[in-house]
Write a protein that binds this ligand. Structure first.
Ligand SMILES: [Zn+2]
Length: 239
């Protein structure tokens, strides 16, 4: 039982039925109203099913708001799908259920806003490179989070894709291929000699073998700094 293709199909059907996915059409497709306001630190959106309402963080950029909105719509669509919901509850429980549900909503949101055909074409042309994050985000007018999720899902070698920024450097957002076990959460910091810190401070792309912060497994890392951020792809190494 694989939930991911079913979530992607839900998202594709929604995109086809409601394109172009303006914020109003995104929310309207499930019959919810939409407003923007203050949310607790670290939260970007909330679905209030009983009020058929979606609240979006007023301080996010418009592209990030659109991604958050698509994510909340996915919560609603999964909630309405009895088969999917019962399979999800059968496969996971507790914190892991929560993590899986969030990852599935992210996956569906990314598919809604950035069709997988576009991602696959870019991967064939440019390879599984962190450069694709800012390039595709700009070309397709989606948030970088959307591209990060899509690249982690569709890259030919299982990988973790992330972006980091700030001083000291910390993780802004990350996504992982379902076969990868390690995960890094938002806010995770880096050692001073980490290749991502080197990329950030020198402005030079890095290509090396390294571990994720606070982990022990080695990955093939490519890091690409641009515009005050570092984009990174950690590829699984074949033994
Ligand atoms: Zn969520």
């Amino acid at each position: 039982m694989n939930l991911r293709p079913r979530v992607i199909e839900l998202a594709q059907d929604y995109r086809k039925a409601h394109a172009p996915l303006t914020p109003e059409r995104l929310a309207g497709g499930i019959g919810t109203s939409l407003s923007y306001g203050k949310l607790p630190e670290g939260k970007f959106g909330a679905l209030v099913p009983e009020k058929r309402h979606i609240l979006i963080d007023q301080d996010s950029t418009p592209k990030r708001q659109r991604f958050t909105l698509a994510h909340e719509v996915m919560h609603f669509l999964i909630q309405q799908d009895d088969d999917l919901l019962s399979d999800l509850h059968e496969a996971y429980e507790g914190k892991e259920l929560e993590n899986q549900l969030e990852a599935l909503c992210n996956l569906g949101a990314a598919e809604m806003l950035l069709p997988s055909e576009i991602v696959d074409t870019a991967l064939v042309k440019k390879g599984q490179s962190p450069r694709l994050v800012p390039v595709l985000a700009e070309a397709q007018q989606v948030s970088e989070e959307v591209v990060i999720i899509a690249l982690a899902e569709r890259g030919p070698t299982p990988s973790i894709v992330l972006m980091a920024g700030s001083k000291p450097l910390r993780v802004y957002f990350s996504a992982k291929h379902p076969h990868i076990f390690d995960r890094v959460s938002r806010g995770t910091g880096f050692r001073r000699d980490d290749p991502l810190v080197v990329a950030f401070e020198t402005g030079l792309p890095q290509k090396t073998r390294t571990t994720l912060p606070n982990h022990t497994v080695l990955y093939g890392l490519e890091a690409y700094p641009q515009g005050g951020r570092v984009y990174a792809v950690y590829k699984e190494l074949k033994n």
